[in-house]
Design a protein around this ligand. Structure first.
Ligand code: PEP
Ligand code: MG
Length: 869
């Protein structure tokens, strides 16, 4: 089996074998771009490495060395040569790009002898030793796992001793001494001499890349992004070109369009006399790419042409790494650039307008879950104007974030666990900060450019991020930060505007987002294509309003119990629950009736002619019981009974398994008055709207937790009786539907019977998942994580619908339901209604609609369109 491919054997289609980077290097070689030569060890080799107990095997080594020999032939240089040595970079490259997650080694092939050869060949001692010290540090860090700071300290000390600020001011002697000191670090830390055998270096580095596939950062990143663990990474070995040979050299990273906003302008940065790491590590703040035009106009023009060519070739925004060696441009990497949701939308829509892609492609280009970033509040501009501007940085990732300042990822995670909102402040970030970056509201760094690690990772996560705010001094030791001489302590509240780069004092209020501009355009395209209707789960007029702004076409689930939790109502609800007889209960229900009726009037009015499904009371009654002594005393007084009597009643209502207990339609079997009141409130509201506002509402009344036909029949009877009473009393005819949730497995498999009485089904996949797996919705979180880690479950089934089990029940129920009632209306209203994968499944089953929380409505619209393509 072939495990190694030369770049000229690869193409963009070979991504799963060669990884993204390897495939694109192949593709760029094929189309004739200036790519330094090299070869790729495949992802299959990585998997094989693990199968063989994490060991490199002889045939692989031989294959690598054969390709090396070929590369040596082409470049006319030899690895480890004493006169003109070949140096290579070794970089990981998985199928999905994982920025900052995997490791890179540059300048491999240097040792005590070849460094002299290199100095002679280039007539540049400084450059040779600069390359050597970088190599020792990278190899020490990535392969030998020696903490980076052990090396950094040495470099900083030398700069301090000499009173200089920039690495570039170090002389070749400094760099030679530093290399020696670095080797000393290796000796002390690892008890070995720094490896001098250059072929050994190459194998060790290859193995380190394989190993880095399973480092904790990579694992976290894969988990966050749903990237399967079995893909493995490829290893790219490429001959080095040098950006650090002097001032006619440089290196940089650029996006063909702005990855934060999507603006169609070349966007990036570079450093003169530097190697790749310097740009992305955020250690030196680089210059904007436009300045390259001034410094090296020919190289710049060549680069602009390459960018245009690559964007046309890949028909997507590219993220390109380049190096200029003695004014010659080389392209080291290209990939589809990571971008914020705002940029993804703008780029997709504009590329359609430019004729580069179709509408359908545009729809597929935007990840539905990513839209979440745009559906959160933004700062209110009036409030912004009143706020105090502390400082400014580069707007690396859009959004609005407020929180308290913390200086380490650990402190952010801790603050987060206490329910605090935190902003992570760092001088610059490194991959070790990932957990803190996940847990915080926003990220602010003092150093680094738009392509620094913090910026790239934040954009990937859709997290608000400002980088390179140069006026800030951060002191991790004393837990303070200083801006223009003023000192702020840990916990000081600040706000970040990721769209402008402005940092403000204190927390700033936000306002609700809207769908405007290109977002609206893309949504309109999605609406043309999708087959599923999108409804929302909303219980209040406010949620309803928001859902309509986001494009909801109806309410799929109005949970009436949520209306009871409000301060002024809970006392009456408690009185109802704790009533000792029907009279007392009816008295409480009479107080609740007008409140419910008013709720429905407002929601129906907000929804206009759109359909609304109201679900009758569902939750276990104990959720409403008073637990605080103070509440019990108050309630006892109100109910005119003693505190101890009331406590007894509360104790009697306690259940061992409330989720499987006295809830849903079971409540109505024991206390029919509750549903009678609710049906009355719904129909009276509809009648009032018809009479007074000429609005025709056809309420869809839904019964929860039905398991058998007889249960539904019993309840439906009493509902119809009440409905008839109301209609008769008011003398106004109102149409309504009666349907049921399908959320008990028994209901799903007897759906043909249930459909005799139900005019619609709504799949309550929260309970259906709970009861199908026998996993408690409330407690399973404690162990599901471990199921996922151990690959027993691919994903938490409460988040993504389990197609094989729960999904099969849905399919059975949908088919059986249609057998009995061919035009039965089918929808889903569990949390899965807002999950793109689950939406795809609902589309495949031919359901009529999905219903999700208001803030997921746009996500669902897009996901439904993608499912239909
Ligand atoms: C469900 O069970 O899926 C559902 C929508 O109802 P609830 O979450 O209110 O139990
Ligand atoms: Mg339920």
């Amino acid at each position: 089996k072939k495990f190694v491919y030369d770049f000229n054997e690869g193409t963009a289609e070979m991504k799963s074998l060669l990884g993204g980077k390897g495939a694109n290097l192949g593709e760029m070689t094929k189309i004739g771009l200036p790519v330094p030569g090299g070869f790729t060890v495949t992802t299959e080799a990585c998997n094989e490495y693990y199968v063989r107990g994490a060991k490199l095997w002889d045939e692989l080594k031989e294959e690598i060395f054969n390709h090396l020999a070929e590369l040596e032939g082409k470049t006319g240089k030899k690895l480890g040569d004493l006169d003109n040595p070949l140096l290579v970079s070794v970089r990981s490259g998985s199928v999905f790009s994982m920025p900052g997650m995997m490791d890179t080694i540059l300048n491999l092939g240097l040792n005590d002898k070849s460094v002299v050869g290199m100095a002679n060949a280039t007539d540049n001692k400084r450059f040779a030793y600069d390359s050597y010290r970088r190599f020792i540090q990278m190899f020490g860090d990535v392969v030998l796992e020696i903490p980076k700071y052990k090396f950094d300290t040495i470099l900083h000390r030398r700069k301090n001793d000499k009173g200089i600020e920039h690495d570039t001011e170090l002389t070749w002697e400094d760099l030679r001494d530093i290399s020696e000191l670095y080797k000393e670090v290796v000796r002390k830390e690892k008890n070995i001499e720094f490896p001098q055998d250059t072929r050994e270096q190459l194998l060790m580095a290859t193995e380190a890349v394989f190993k880095s596939w399973n480092n904790p950062r990579a694992i976290i990143y894969r988990r966050l992004n749903d990237i399967p663990n079995h893909l493995g990474t490829a290893v790219n070995i490429q001959s080095m070109v040098f950006g650090n040979m002097g001032d006619t050299c440089g290196t940089g990273v650029a996006f063909t369009r702005n990855p934060s906003t999507g603006e169609n302008l070349l966007y990036g940065e570079f450093l003169l006399n530097a190697q790749g790491e310097d740009v992305v590590a955020g250690i030196r703040t680089p210059k904007p790419i436009a300045e390259l035009d001034r410094l090296m106009p020919e190289a710049y023009q060549q680069f602009v042409d390459v960018c245009n060519l690559l964007e046309k070739h890949y028909r997507d925004m590219q993220d390109i790494e380049f190096t200029i060696e003695n004014k010659n441009l080389y392209v080291l990497q290209t990939r589809n650039g990571k971008r914020t949701a705002a940029a993804a939308i703008n780029i997709a829509v504009e590329m359609v307008e430019e004729g580069l892609i179709t509408k359908e492609e545009a729809i597929m280009r935007v990840e539905p879950n990513q839209l979440d970033q745009l559906l959160h509040p933004t700062f209110d501009s009036e409030q912004l104007a009143k706020s105090t501007l502390l400082t400014k940085g580069l707007p690396a990732s859009s959004g609005a974030a407020s929180g308290k300042a913390y200086f380490t990822p650990e402190d952010v995670v801790h603050a987060n666990s206490l329910g605090e909102k935190a902003i992570l402040l760092r001088t610059d970030t490194s991959p070790e900060d990932l957990e803190g970056m996940v847990a915080c509201q926003g990220i602010l760094t003092a150093r680094g450019g738009m392509t620094s690690h913090a910026a790239v990772v934040a954009r990937g996560m859709g997290k608000c991020c400002i980088v390179g705010a140069g006026e800030i001094r951060i002191d991790e030791e004393s837990k303070t930060f200083t801006i223009n001489g003023r000192v702020y302590n840990e916990g000081h509240a600040i706000s970040l505007d990721g769209n402008t780069g402005d940092v403000y004092d204190g927390e700033i209020p936000t306002k609700s987002p809207e769908l405007i501009g290109n977002f609206e355009v893309l949504m309109a395209w999605a609406d043309e294509i999708r087959k599923l209707k999108i409804r929302t789960n909303a219980d209040t007029p406010k949620d309803t309003k928001q859902a309509i702004i986001f494009g909801a076409e109806g309410i799929g689930l109005c949970r009436t119990e949520h209306m009871f939790f409000e301060e002024s109502r809970i006392a009456v609800v408690r009185q109802m629950i704790l009533s000792r007889n029907v009279e007392e209960r009816k008295d409480a229900l009479e107080q609740l009736l007008p409140m419910q009726r008013q709720d429905f009037i407002e929601i129906f009015r907000e929804m206009g002619s759109r359909p609304v499904t109201v679900r009758l009371l569902d939750p276990p009654l104990h959720e409403f019981l008073p637990h605080e002594e103070e509440d019990i005393v108050k309630l006892a007084k109100k109910m005119n009974i003693s505190v101890s009597q009331l406590k007894n009643v509360v104790a009697e209502l306690k259940e061992v398994n409330p989720m499987l207990g006295h809830r849903g339609c079971r409540l109505a079997v024991t206390y029919p008055e509750i549903y009678e009141m609710q049906v009355r409130a719904i129909l009276e509201a509809a009648i009032i709207l018809k009479e007074e506002e000429n609005l025709t509402v056809i309420p869809e009344i839904m019964v929860p937790l039905v398991g058998q036909l007889t249960e539904l029949k019993y309840i439906k009877n009493l509902m119809i009786k009440t409905a008839n009473e109301v209609i008769q009393e008011k003398g106004v005819k109102i149409d309504y539907l009666i349907g049921t949730m399908i959320e008990v497995p028994r209901a799903a498999i007897t759906a043909d019977e249930i459909a005799e009485e139900a005019e619609f089904f709504s799949f309550g996949t929260n309970d259906l998942t709970q009861m199908t797996f026998g996993f408690s919705r409330d407690d399973a979180g404690r162990f599901i994580g471990e199921y996922v880690e151990k690959n027993i479950l691919e994903k938490d089934p409460f988040q993504r619908l389990d197609r094989a089990g729960v999904g099969k029940l849905i399919k059975i129920a949908a088919d059986l339901g249609k057998q009995t009632r061919p035009n039965i209306k089918l929808g889903i209203c569990g949390e899965h209604g807002g999950d793109p994968s689950s939406i795809e499944f609902c589309h495949q089953l031919g359901l009529d609609y999905v219903s999700c929380s208001p803030f997921r409505v746009p996500i669902a619209r897009l996901a439904a369109a993608q499912a239909a393509l």
